[in-house]
Design a protein around this ligand. Sequence first.
Ligand code: GLN
Ligand code: ZN
Length: 756
Amino acid sequence: MALAHVLGAPRIGPHRELKFALERHWRGELDEAGLRAAASGIRQANWRAQAEAGLDCVAVGDFAYYDPMLTHVALFGCAPARFGFGARIGLAEYFQLARGNADCHAMEMTKWFDTNYHYLVPEFGPDTAFTLDGRWLLDEVAEAQTAGFKAKPVLIGPLTFLYLGKPKQAGFDRLDLLDRLLPAYVRLLAALRAAGIEWVQIDEPILSLDLPPAWRAAFERSCHALRSAGVKLLLASYFGPLRDNLLTALQLPVDGVHLDGVRGGGELAQALDWLPATKVLSVGVLDGRNVWCDDLAAVLDRTEPLQARLGDRLWVAPSCSLAHVPVSLAPETRLDAELKSWLAFAAEKLEALGTLRAALNRGRAAVAPALDMNGRALASRRQSPRVHDAVVAARVAALRADADRRHSPFAARQAAQRARFALPLFPTTTIGSFPQTPDIRQARARFKRGELAEAAYVQAMRTEIETAVRRQAALGLDVLVHGEAERNDMVEYFGEQLAGFAFSQNGWVQSYGSRCVKQPILYGDVSRPRPMTVEWTRYAQSLTGKPVKGMLTGPVTMLQWSFVRDDQPRAVTALQLALAIRDEVADLEAAGIGIVQIDEPAYREGLPLRRADWPAYLDWAGRAFRVAAAAVRDDTQIHTHMCYSEFNDILPAIAAMDADVITIETSRSDMELLRGFGEFAYPNEIGPGVYDIHSPRVPSVEEMRRLLDKAAAVIPPGHLWVNPDCGLKTRDWPETEAALAGMVAAARAMRRVYAI
Ligand code: GLN
Ligand code: ZN
């Protein structure tokens, strides 16, 4: 008998119940008991769904009120000392850690591996102590057991927990805490055993990273200790192949290992060879990271031989927790039937897993109708003219090797652009968006609901553009923008106008805490039926003699922030997106727009987990960006924008994008980030952000001057632009105008000093 299980389920509930309960709780409209009841409802529904799909156990402990890493901080009583909470914390303190309070800023947040989920980063130092507060898990285990489910508790493993934390002081080695942390885990595991638990899943996804040897070596010691509690351990890795960590993982003193059979499928044969004869192998055969129906016949072709070898030591599962896909297709009434038949959200993945389990244990014939339906859906997707557009394919195939090269090198372009725009030294600009006022959002919502006629909507947006342009001109900015009033979201706005994209009504995935995002679904060959931004930009340009910068979202960011096709390489999809954007750039240029910004805030996020895979990614990502940008004349200026990430280790790749100007977020690091650009002698122009747009605080002219002086010390002054860190859509107008007035004053002061 092959067993089936999931590593975790979506935490947000089918209609974002968690989000709404949390927000009501934080507003004081729902008491703690009410919040707990809502959370329990989500968990119970998840467990019921897993049991109904025929799984052999249910995942418990995968739920979190805000974030699983934070829940482990609570579970092990290691809240940052700066909060002064002590070892036992309740929900009130838990939310203060997540959201900050009057005295303490919130714990930092960062991306969970290469997903679009953000976890809270534990803080570790030499004084960190761990005190088990088992209620955070044991209560949920009891809840599942009381409801009659066979519970398989899920824990983030001690090494992943420590590794993903940050040291509170430079040079402190988090690994030094392992021996202090392990006894708390052992006590917890012993308590689980006493509660009648047979298997515990220990997630150690850092096994898919490049691990320092000391960390890899620590796994043996860690698992050895955990094992002493006497429960069976399933060590789970996911998000990639294990490579140099594979042998380590398979030889650990645990009772079973879970491998990502989708991203690490190529390692299964090797794993099978190395797997000790007593161990369970759980294989993640369904893609937990994407929204497509898995090819069940192909999965069975790969899994049946494993079953022949392993018998009941084979478990099957999705590759990773299902928290990374939307909850269910059931509420989708507007997706057309054909497209819907190609998709599988968490509920449908669960069903597919049940089918797979039945096929393995009772033969394919036992589930013939389900397999048949799956096969038909896949065949229709493979052949559909909605997916495959011969024109797009031909265009990609015919793309010349030099299609990503500008006509002239940067120096010649710079001269042509200087002659055309005659901008002052330290030119000022913004990143694109201006405040999205309630008026704007209301107009858009009413237009979408059909309550506002198109002509009236266009008029409302034109009025907003006019306001934005007038205000920028009055502030004395040098390069203006139209303000992006018409855009809800920088990916969705373009996706809605491109062929190949679809949008769900309810396909939410947790981004962090109560925040969910609904990623577009890129299902087919991408093309641009008609111009997307030209009218708005042309209108803005008609209102001013200063240059208006056109605003586009780049191909890599479109790719990163969508669910994309699994039937062709990401590189090909990126190239199709690039061609669509290239068309838009050409139309903007033809309409007289001299400066175009192609935003790539997700460029860095796309980096693979393993360094060895970086060059290949940077290669195709760079080409996609350049294909989007390169067709323009020398005197058309291409900007790009990136924010909130490390750049120093990919500077050559950023330079290779060959944007004439890059604007980046730097104020939070006090311009330190720029030092790398200086040392690397970044060849083109740079606009380091001179103020943080996340706060309503208006920075003083002197502050911004000081940052610009710091920048001018490492970057040639003639290459420097002056701009905020990022877009201003979350701000209000008064603070925006005040901050930009100061920014213009700071730039003017710089000009007086540096003018020759
Ligand atoms: N042009 C976008 C804006 O200003 C860029 C947003 C981003 O970097 N995430 O809103
Ligand atoms: Zn930004």
